[in-house]
Write a protein that binds this ligand. Structure first.
Ligand SMILES: *[C@@H]1O[C@H](CO)[C@@H](O)[C@H](O)[C@H]1NC(C)=O
Ligand SMILES: *[C@@H]1O[C@H](CO)[C@@H](O)[C@H](O)[C@H]1NC(C)=O
Ligand SMILES: *[C@@H]1O[C@H](CO)[C@@H](O)[C@H](O)[C@H]1NC(C)=O
Ligand SMILES: *[C@@H]1O[C@H](CO)[C@@H](O)[C@H](O)[C@H]1NC(C)=O
Ligand SMILES: *[C@@H]1O[C@H](CO)[C@@H](O)[C@H](O)[C@H]1NC(C)=O
Ligand SMILES: *[C@@H]1O[C@H](CO)[C@@H](O)[C@H](O)[C@H]1NC(C)=O
Ligand SMILES: *[C@@H]1O[C@H](CO)[C@@H](O)[C@H](O)[C@H]1NC(C)=O
Ligand SMILES: CC(=O)N[C@H]1CO[C@H](CO)[C@@H](O)[C@@H]1O
Length: 532
């Protein structure tokens, strides 16, 4: 309990200091600017002189489809339901040139080569041109923490089907690393040089393109991935990489916003590279925005829930990516989302000068958001507790946003439904975790797994509502689905029915085809109408 009090106290002092910061001014932070680029103003986005809060969706695969008509139809459908931002992968790294499909960067023989051809960077040109026709902004992610295929893991799916099958950090480390630890990506200057070459190419190509809302440095960066981390990796390692890479991008592109892309993990007790320092002589009122009392309430609530939930019945869906090692924990009494266990301190990253807004993610099937070290049951068996815990996670993020004074976006959220159970692939894996035989056994025993349709709808509505009420700049669902797509063997939309259904977009457990589709579309549409 001592450490929880220490946590609460350090949250309090952090917030007191932050609330005294002077407000920033710079071209990207100039009040309600009339820039055609999206800018920030306090904790809001603005464009063309108007506030811009967005409902978005994820479709990492969108530029890499086989037909431009398919891309056009999907964008039209997104626009119909109020989606104004789509988050995509602006990277697609390979170790050998594939026979079919698209790719953007070859990482091979101690060198990297950008594919400038029609199945390369031109896919992004096409997507940008099409998105404009539907007034949809593109949110470009530059690399991925996750690449389980680095361990030669076979997959049932074609390349580019899973979001973790686009190369990323571990592919660079595999090619250039000395110790082959994941964090060499953040610290080895040769690797950073190779990554920055790609970044330089991409960012300068689109520096004057207003259809891009932001550069996101990496999806879900952390110390560990499919490759292990070294003992040296900690929150400072990850923060430093974000701060320096953001500064590098800023030097090439003064127009676009830059964000981190992390899961949003907190570590109030971790040492800071960017400590919030009070302005001398400032007389701004000290306030903790209610976070300290909220933390204490969350702790009390969770203790109650834990004592009740111990006998809960149900199968664990969660492919939880557990905290890497004791060494990185600041305190064993605090949950891994709050104690620096993953090497991420999202508040320190958000305070870096060239990071314009923050991000967080929400995947209760894969991550425990409890503030104490104990784990509540996954959504399937204890939906109400999970919902409460996730609402608290969103509140903690909006509190942090208001105290730091930059916008924050929920950049990806999703729940695994019963219908999607057999499709669910966690980020550290290459194949579904629940096998059909196991599922049959589960059904026979009457145990729950995955949420039902009504639960998905109520959770998504609750998250959208909580997010916008708390003042988030944007809320982005994961992930969009589509069918009747042009298929081709060897591409992410298969030409044979062997694996997956003909002409259907990727489903990693979070796809929304079938009964969920209309509900999720309606939830996004409702949110876009009440938060224009
Ligand atoms: C590395 O790749 C670049 C770009 O493809 C090429 O110009 C260069 O000659 C290559 N360097 C080596 C040593 O192969
Ligand atoms: C970084 O990687 C390069 C290329 O593999 C290697 O030569 C160099 O020794 C590494 N630097 C450090 C500090 O490990
Ligand atoms: C993914 O993480 C979970 C939890 O740490 C672990 O049980 C599982 O074996 C991991 N999967 C792979 C393929 O490493
Ligand atoms: C969830 O939160 C609500 C409101 O704070 C509370 O009334 C309810 O008891 C909580 N549910 C559980 C299962 O803890
Ligand atoms: C599938 O796509 C084709 C060609 O775009 C179109 O003619 C057809 O109506 C579509 N079918 C369905 C069920 O959407
Ligand atoms: C894909 O491959 C399968 C099996 O080899 C074949 O039956 C099918 O016709 C191919 N489809 C296309 C679109 O090439
Ligand atoms: C959307 O809003 C309508 C009207 O307010 C409401 O009846 C409906 O339940 C909402 N649907 C969803 C999925 O949120
Ligand atoms: C789900 C599914 O049909 N998986 C198949 C994918 O393809 C491989 C190789 O052909 C099969 O072994 C899987 O059963």
């Amino acid at each position: 309990m001592y450490s929880l009090i220490a946590l609460a106290l350090s949250l309090f002092s952090l917030l007191s200091a932050v609330s005294a910061l002077p407000s920033r001014t710079s071209p990207r932070h100039s009040g309600r600017s009339s820039s055609q680029f999206v800018t920030v103003s306090g904790t809001d986005f603005s464009v063309d002189g108007k506030d811009f809060n967005f409902v978005g969706t994820n479709a990492y695969w969108l530029p890499f489809l086989n037909s431009d008509d398919d891309i056009r139809n999907i964008l039209a459908n997104m626009a119909k339901f109020g989606v104004t931002v789509v988050r995509i992968w602006a990277f697609n790294d390979v170790a050998t040139v594939p026979d079919a499909g698209s790719w953007l960067l070859l990482i091979k023989d101690g060198n990297t080569t950008i594919n400038t051809g029609p199945n390369g960077i031109q896919r992004l040109d096409t997507l940008i041109a099409l998105a404009k026709q539907y007034n949809i902004y593109l949110y470009f992610t530059l690399t991925n923490n996750w690449f389980p295929f680095v361990n030669d893991s076979p997959s049932l799916f074609p390349r580019n089907f899973l979001c973790t099958d686009y190369g990323g950090m571990d592919l660079y480390v595999q090619e250039f690393g000395v110790t082959k630890t994941h964090d060499e990506f953040y610290t080895n200057m040769t690797i950073r040089g190779e990554f920055n070459k790609y970044v330089q190419f991409l960012v300068s190509r689109y520096a004057n393109e207003p259809g891009i809302i932001a550069w996101e440095l990496a999806n879900d960066a952390r110390c560990e991935s499919s490759l292990p981390s070294s003992d040296q990796c900690n929150t400072n390692t990850v923060t430093k990489w974000h701060a320096e890479t953001a500064k590098f991008i800023r030097s090439i592109d003064p127009n676009h916003l830059i964000t981190s892309g992390t899961h949003g993990f907190f570590c109030p007790t971790c040492p800071k590279l960017f400590p919030p320092s009070p302005a001398p002589g400032s007389s701004r009122k000290r306030t903790d925005g209610g976070l300290m009392s909220r933390v204490l309430r969350m702790i009390a609530l969770e203790r109650r829930v834990m004592s009740r939930a111990s006998g809960a019945n149900g199968m664990k869906v969660r492919g939880l990516w557990t905290a890497p090692s004791e060494a990185k924990r600041q305190s064993s009494d605090i949950g891994s989302a709050f104690n620096g266990a993953f090497g991420v301190d999202s508040e320190d990253i958000l305070n870096a000068p060239d990071i314009d807004f923050g991000t967080f993610q929400l995947f209760p099937d894969q991550t425990n958001y409890g503030i104490t070290g104990t784990e509540v049951q996954p959504p399937s068996s204890d939906f109400d507790n999970t919902l409460n815990e996730t609402i608290s996670w969103i509140s903690a993020q909006t509190d942090s946003m208001h105290s730091i004074g930059k916008p924050v976006v929920l950049s990806a959220f999703g729940l695994v439904t019963q219908d999607n159970l057999l499709q669910f692939v966690p980020v550290n894996d290459t194949c579904p975790v629940v096998k059909p035989q196991q599922d049959q056994k589960r059904q026979n025993s009457g145990a729950n797994a995955g949420v039902n349709q009504q639960q998905v709808t109520s959770a998504y509505n609750a998250w959208l509502q909580q997010g916008f009420q708390g003042g988030l700049g944007g809320v982005v669902q994961y992930q969009w689905s589509s069918q009747n797509l042009s298929a081709a063997n060897g591409t992410l939309v298969q030409g044979s029915v062997a694996n997956g259904t003909l002409g259907v977009s990727p489903n990693d457990g979070y796809g929304i085809l079938g009964a969920d589709e209309a509900q999720v579309h309606q939830a996004l549409s409702n949110a876009s109408q009440s938060n224009p």
